[in-house]
Design a protein around this ligand. Structure first.
Ligand SMILES: [Zn+2]
Length: 313
């Protein structure tokens, strides 16, 4: 009898087997189709974890609680008389409210991409409880379109379940930064990932995946959804890593680590220098700083700059 662990090992030794169908492999190796599918899934998770590990190595210097997060949602289900363009569907047509299918998250200082799916009754109550505690714990939360979609969605679901949810959340929205700072052909995560050569979204097979999860509670489809969502979280972190030294930061990790305000706001290094200064018409001087270690650019006040000049060398 071949165990799932042994199947995973065989896949690792002979990667060409992975593309073979579960049915033919189960016949050849005398094990169940489910075991083959589970082994294939474990292999994918291991791959994702390995990628995630590589990303995290660079971020170990300072323990900052930066959270990368993504959610997958289900649509409303309702009655409608016909399909077509510009159809008005009133809220009275809804027979089942939309919900949160799964959430995936990764701490910058950790290697693992975590996930949680809705329960067997398709309730997202536990997901919302978990996310509320994560957002409370995080010093900064990064999501693509997080400010206008994910955070508002999650807060609305929290209100529905009467789960306490943080009012103020320190965020960095990579979609907002993309729109305000760059001129990409598209601001979609997939396009930016490909443009920067750091990866792309995993193909999810389209709406049939949602249908299989919502209407059939299909485990395989749910696993695929989780894998898709995990991939998005890793892509999000990779994109942030590439663009971080080009964007205006929202949080000073120097201050959060009780270090001087002039230190690098990203990696807290003291290996920083003044690039140039500017003055407003009101006479307020700003000093533009550059971190020699991570390339981060940030502004400090003239008063803070004086402290920088007085630092012990
Ligand atoms: Zn730095």
């Amino acid at each position: 009898m071949t165990t799932v662990k042994e199947i995973v090992q065989t896949f690792k030794l002979h990667p060409s087997y992975v593309s073979n169908g579960a049915a033919s492999l189960s016949k050849r190796w005398g094990c169940s189709i489910e075991d083959i599918k589970e082994a294939k899934l474990l292999l994918k998770y291991e791959k994702i974890k390995k990628q995630s590990n590589e990303i995290s190595q660079k971020n170990r210097k300072v323990l900052v609680k930066r959270l990368f997060i993504d959610i997958e949602t289900s649509p409303n289900i309702g009655f409608f008389w016909k399909s077509g363009y510009e159809i008005n569907v009133s809220p009275e047509s809804i027979i089942k409210e939309r919900s949160t299918i799964c959430v995936c998250w990764k701490w910058q200082h950790e290697d693992i991409v975590h996930h949680m799916t809705w329960d067997k009754n398709q309730s997202d109550e536990n997901i919302i409880k978990k996310v509320a505690s994560l957002l409370k714990e995080a010093d900064e939360t990064i999501a693509h379109n997080g400010d206008f979609f994910d955070i508002k969605w999650l807060r609305t679901r929290a209100l529905y379940h009467r789960i306490p949810f943080p009012y103020r959340i320190r965020t960095l929205d990579t979609l907002r930064k993309s729109r305000s700072t760059f001129s990409f052909n598209s601001n979609k995560l997939d396009y930016i990932g490909k443009f920067l050569g750091v990866g792309s979204k995993i193909d999810n097979g389209g709406f049939s995946l949602w249908r299989d999860i919502i209407l059939n509670n299909c485990t395989d489809s749910m696993n695929k959804m989780v894998e898709y969502c995990m991939g998005d979280v890793l892509l999000l972190e990779s994109i942030y890593r590439e663009m971080h030294s080009y964007i205006h930061k929202n949080t000073s990790f120097a201050v959060l680590n009780n270090k001087a305000k002039w230190r690098c706001v990203e990696c807290v290094s003291d290996n920083v220098k003044e690039r140039h200064s500017s003055a407003t018409v009101m006479g307020v001087i700003k000093r533009h700083m550059l971190c020699n270690d991570c390339g981060c650019q940030y502004d400090i006040s003239n008063k803070t700059f004086e402290q920088f000049l007085k630092r012990k060398l």
